[in-house]
Design a protein around this ligand. Structure first.
Ligand code: NGO
Length: 540
């Protein structure tokens, strides 16, 4: 980030306070009644985000009525997903929708089964068939069934998302959807360090990610402004290092119980939590908490501004590696997922030599505790460990040499997660008038965030190295759910679609129509989205 950027954002924070004071950004403000269009016509099977891999429309629609049952197979997982679907449908339909484990028997209604024999569905795919007598979603794995349920939600009128009884009718168009993801990695990152977000705020975001079939929640748990996860062997990290945030607010941290609850909630929605401890830079909160981590033995004060690149762990002190190992051990124990993100970006206060030394010592520690390393793409300036993934966050202005360094690593086996900042960063302003966010990577309007191809994005990187995409949401300027939503919606679904849908479905003109149809859904859910001018939203 440039100096220019910092001045701009400092001024921005001033105007942000004025906007907040005027109450322009409220969460869950009473939405106007949804304009659902002709309420007797079913939503076309193609009007889903992410675009399904294959759709065959035709035949009579299914109508959910007061007599509909949700039939699940005899597995615990199918029952759990059936109950989740019932929880979505009951408040708005007002129907009982009992969940019964008799999907093997013939009959109509909604049927959820994990007994699909179709190997091509893989671990996340599903098949949805709808006709006069019912809707059947079949999959091989729970994640696929869950994604199928998200498709079913979008095939029902937007009003189905409301929490009070609505008139219906509740039609599901006839036909078949067969759907599997393009990429295994479809992530969203939330920066809980620059501003702290409560467990409930994180859960709210998880629910929004699940709607679009995202499957990774990357939590940026530490930075200069705050350390957000309790580490028993270094307790001051959280109690002191977590005690503030950008702007000087009270900050906060997750206890281990809080964190486990986030992991559980995410897992129930088929998202894997990927924890990040950023190092060796972006570490002021840790350095402020323990004087002995500093090369000069003096703890700096806590930091509440938005500069970057000024802090570094002391690469030549042994205690640094005791610290890293303790943190990695405790974090790995909290992490059922495979990955641990070690940051590695903007280590401007660490010499190149020290950076390489540090990464050489730290990556094996991650492996020792059974986890696979992810780093921001600067990790490719050192030697990425076997199996490591690099998260690319460059822009069109990134130098050819830096891009080539990442591409060379990719040719060498390092997997890539693509988060180009001038496309996928949800904290970039949409345009000059956006009251929140940053602009160091330029303005990112909805079309720009959607209109690129991850498979061909990085010159010289083999398409097979691309594991998927991730949309980071940095929170220097964002302090509550309403503000997160304003930046994430409507861009987040576009990144989700890049991660899920086959490239052959990619078409901005068709996408913006599908996206517009999500507006009434977000109104029904109380999501504070930006009514971007490049999307033809229906009138409210
Ligand atoms: C950069 C920087 C972060 C900022 C973010 C703001 C990365 C990987 N490091 O992205 O510290 O918060 O930009 O957009």
């Amino acid at each position: 980030m440039t100096q220019h950027h910092h001045h701009r954002t400092t001024r921005l924070l001033g105007s942000l306070l004025l906007v907040a004071a005027a109450g322009a950004f409220t969460v869950g403000a009473a939405p106007a009644p949804a304009a659902d269009g002709d309420s007797t016509a079913a939503v076309p099977l193609t009007r889903v985000i992410p675009a399904p891999a294959s759709v065959t429309a035709g035949g009579a629609p299914y109508r959910i009525t007061g007599g509909t049952h949700i039939h699940v197979d005899d597995s615990r997982e199918a029952r759990r997903i059936g109950s989740y679907l019932a929880d979505v449908l009951r408040p708005s339909t007002g129907y009982r929708l009992p969940v019964t484990d008799d999907s093997d028997r013939h009959g109509g209604g909604i049927r959820l089964t994990l007994k699909s024999k179709d190997k091509s569905l893989g671990g996340e795919g599903y098949r949805l068939e709808s006709g006069r007598h019912g809707v059947t979603i079949s999959a091989r794995e729970p994640a696929g069934l869950f994604h199928g349920v998200q498709t079913l939600r979008q095939l029902l009128p937007a009003a189905v998302e409301r929490d009070s009884r609505q008139p219906g009718p509740w039609l599901v168009a006839g036909g078949t959807v067969e759907d599997t993801p393009r990429y295994a990695w479809r992530g969203a990152m939330l920066d809980v360090s620059r501003h702290f977000f409560s467990v409930d705020e994180v859960k709210r975001y998880i629910d929004q990610l699940a709607l679009y079939k995202l499957n990774k929640l990357h939590l940026h748990l530490s930075d200069d402004q705050g350390w957000r996860i309790a580490i028993d062997s270094w307790p001051r990290l959280a109690t002191y290092g977590g005690s503030t945030e950008v702007g000087g607010g009270p900050g906060g941290h997750y206890t281990k119980a809080d964190y486990k609850e986030i992991v559980r909630y995410a897992a129930a929605r088929h998202l894997e939590v990927v924890p990040e401890i950023d190092m060796p830079g972006h570490t002021n909160a840790a350095l402020a908490s323990y004087a002995e981590l500093n090369c000069d033995g003096v703890a700096p004060p806590l930091y509440t501004g938005i500069e970057v690149g000024f802090s570094s762990l002391c690469v030549n002190k042994e205690i640094t590696y005791d610290f890293v190992e303790d943190v990695v051990r405790e974090l790995a124990a909290l992490t059922p997922g495979r990955y641990l993100h070690i940051g590695g970006d903007e280590a401007h206060s660490t010499s190149h030599e020290d950076y390489v030394t540090f990464m050489e010592r730290v990556q094996p520690v991650v492996a020792e505790y059974g986890k696979t390393v992810i780093g921001w793409h600067q990790l490719t300036g050192a030697e990425p460990a076997e199996g490591a993934l690099a998260q690319y966050w460059g822009t069109d202005r990134t130098s050819a040499a830096e891009k080539e360094q990442v591409a060379a690593a990719a040719r060498n086996g390092t997997g890539l997660i693509l988060s180009p900042a001038d496309r996928a960063y949800l904290d970039m302003k949409y345009d000059k008038d956006t009251p929140l966010g940053l602009a160091w990577a330029g303005y990112v309007d909805v079309q720009r965030s959607y209109d690129w191809n991850p498979g061909e994005y990085l010159p010289g990187a083999p398409a097979s190295a691309v594991r998927g995409v991730e949309a980071p949401l940095w929170t220097e300027t964002l302090g509550d759910s309403g503000q997160l939503e304003y930046m994430a919606f409507p861009r987040l679904p576009g990144v989700a679609e890049l991660g899920w849908s086959p490239a052959s479905t990619h078409d901005w003109d068709a996408y913006r129509e599908r996206l517009a149809a999500q507006g009434p859904r977000w109104d029904a859910l109380g999501i504070n989205y930006h009514r971007a001018p490049d999307v033809p939203w229906p009138a409210r």
